[in-house]
Design a protein. Structure first.
Length: 223
């Protein structure tokens, strides 16, 4: 069960991060009438996959991915998308203070009760971890009484050894059509993977359905 929130802020570095990790959750909150703001830090413009035959070149890729991001937001019913204009594959090299300020400013503006991002060490891609680090630090600096809850996605192979099993599970089977539509919207990144996944869903493969129907988070604790 998702709790009613005042406002949810989702912060990820790449278009498609939201589709994989939280599109069922975002869709559900929106259906519940909870306002959701999604800050996407880059346009994924350094993505290696340009298609075969190519659907884009280096110059057009940001435009393609921007349109895919807008389509994914449409699929989820999300209207408050913030494109933050940072450069793909450079988040780890950004000035940490600048990154923390970006997150702090957004939280101050929107005043969320829940923030969702990546784990600061266990999110595999350097941009993911760097985003998580900035979000954790920004939230940590908020006085405890006003601090929003922070949920993080973690999927490093070592995750369960380091921090155990996820403690928050959102059952979003009723959002599966929206989640699949959000994934499909990012066709430049998901086309091949989805062809395989759709076969597995059709065959009622347990792993594949489990992934589609449950979104898992760790509630971040500050000590
Ligand atoms: Zn990503």
């Amino acid at each position: 069960m998702l709790q009613k929130e005042r406002h949810v802020v989702v912060i990820f570095p790449h278009p498609d991060d939201e589709a994989f990790g939280v599109s069922g959750t975002i869709s559900k909150y929106i259906e519940m009438g909870v306002p959701v703001t999604y800050a996407c830090l880059t346009l994924g413009e350094m993505g290696r996959n340009l298609g075969n035959p190519p659907f884009a070149n280096r110059e057009t890729l940001p435009q393609v991915r921007k349109q895919e991001l807008l389509n994914a937001c449409n699929a989820m019913g999300l209207t408050d998308l913030r494109m933050m204009g940072l450069r793909d594959k450079t988040i780890e090299f950004e000035d940490p203070d600048k990154m923390i300020k970006l997150v702090t400013d957004l939280i101050e503006e929107v005043n969320p009760s829940l923030v969702i991002s990546f784990h600061p060490q266990l999110a595999v891609h350097p941009d993911h971890n760097a985003t998580g680090q900035a979000v954790v630090e920004a939230v940590r600096r908020i006085p405890e009484a006003q601090r929003p809850v922070l949920y993080v996605n973690a999927f490093d192979n070592n995750t369960v050894n380091v921090i155990g099993e996820p403690d928050v599970i959102h059952h979003v089977a009723d959002m599966q059509d929206k989640k699949i539509a959000a994934l499909k919207a990012h066709a430049s990144q998901t086309l091949w993977m989805l062809q395989d996944m759709e076969k597995r869903w059709a065959a009622q493969e347990e792993d594949a359905l489990e992934w589609l129907h449950n979104e898992k988070f760790y509630r971040y604790t500050f000590d």
